[in-house]
Design a protein around this ligand. Structure first.
Ligand code: C2E
Ligand code: MG
Ligand code: MG
Ligand code: MG
Length: 284
């Protein structure tokens, strides 16, 4: 009986494994194609509210893939596959090129903001990336205040010394850097002290239910205090209600981002949203 259970578990394990494997291969093939044509990929932008001035000076670029064959594929899924397969290099190139031309378009319409781009661990290790970014953004007439970068905390923990060295080059080029998903990556104080970053983004898992959860409130307050003591600015992601926004404002969190303020939106919509926002200051 036990043997039978084990063998049926084995069959199921193999079937799951095969399904996952097939899905991965399908994604790689379709994503390669999408990177060539470019027509299935797009960027959406989500604003970050600067709380003390109630202004929108920063947005984050988020990649979307609407595949003809696979439908909508969530970025968490295809970015992970791209990282494992080495396709991430081409994905990042695509994102940077599109983000730069979008910032140019925003500026032409009088919207001068800083666009944060998410980078993967391997992007940071790629020595060709930063010179390419500097070159393209100069050609497009951007300043180093028009672009910033976000790197997930867990990606930075792996090779600490090398990460510090590479990130310093971005800082020397004048770009702001944020640690993304902070609170989920087990970094220590010693580690934080040496990281050349300017901002810390509190992971949305601590923010989504902030107003109703006391332990999240303690965690978030602690992270804000820690960040400020290191001279870092704080961004809270995943703000979904007014009560959470009020708490973050009370604790002097510099920026808030989340569905309560705005969902990520395509370029043209976000330009209009920001222009309107300027005329309608944040209020009740
Ligand atoms: P992230 O950089 O931490 O981005 C925040 C995610 O939370 C985004 O999911 C955003 O749409 C979502 N979000 C924002 N506000 C709220 C809210 O109020 N409630 C909830 N429930 N969610 C909210 P998205 O767009 O699905 O992206 C997921 C992750 O995929 C990103 O996490 C980032 O790690 C990665 N990603 C997205 N675009 C890129 C990219 O261009 N390059 C790289 N390397 N990674 C990317
Ligand atoms: Mg991010
Ligand atoms: Mg996050
Ligand atoms: Mg993330």
């Amino acid at each position: 009986d036990q043997a039978r259970t084990e063998s049926s578990l084995m069959v199921r394990y193999c079937a799951d494994f095969e399904a996952q494997y097939t899905r991965r291969i399908t994604i790689i093939t379709a994503l390669k194609e999408a990177l060539v044509t470019g027509s299935e990929l797009s960027l959406v932008y989500q604003p970050k509210l600067h709380m003390s001035s109630l202004s929108i000076t920063h947005v984050e670029a988020l990649l979307r893939w609407n595949s003809v064959s696979l439908g909508f594929v969530p970025p968490d899924e295809f970015i992970a596959v791209a990282e494992q397969s080495g396709l991430i290099k081409d994905v990042t190139h695509w994102v940077i090129n599109r983000a730069i031309s979008d910032v140019q378009a925003m500026k032409q319409q009088g919207v001068n903001v800083c666009v944060a781009i998410n980078l993967a661990a391997s992007d940071i290790l790629n020595d060709d990336l930063l010179p390419m970014i500097i070159d393209k953004s100069m050609q497009a007439g951007l300043t180093n205040e028009n672009l910033a970068f976000e790197i997930t905390e867990s990606d930075l923990v792996a090779d600490h010394q090398l990460a510090i060295q590479q990130l310093s080059r971005y800082r020397e080029a004048g770009y702001s850097l944020a640690i993304d998903d902070f609170g989920t990556g087990y970094s220590s104080m010693a580690y934080l002290k040496n990281l050349p970053v300017t901002d810390l983004k509190i992971d949305k898992s601590f923010v989504l239910k902030l107003a109703n959860n006391e332990s999240d409130q303690q965690i978030v307050q602690t992270i804000i205090g820690l960040a400020h003591s290191f001279g870092l600015q704080v961004i809270a992601e995943g703000v979904e209600d007014k009560a959470s926004l009020a708490l973050l404002n009370h604790w002097k969190c510099e920026y808030a981002q989340g569905y309560f303020i705005s969902r990520p939106a395509p370029l043209n919509e976000i330009i209009v949203w920001i222009q309107k926002y300027k005329d309608l200051p944040w209020s009740d």
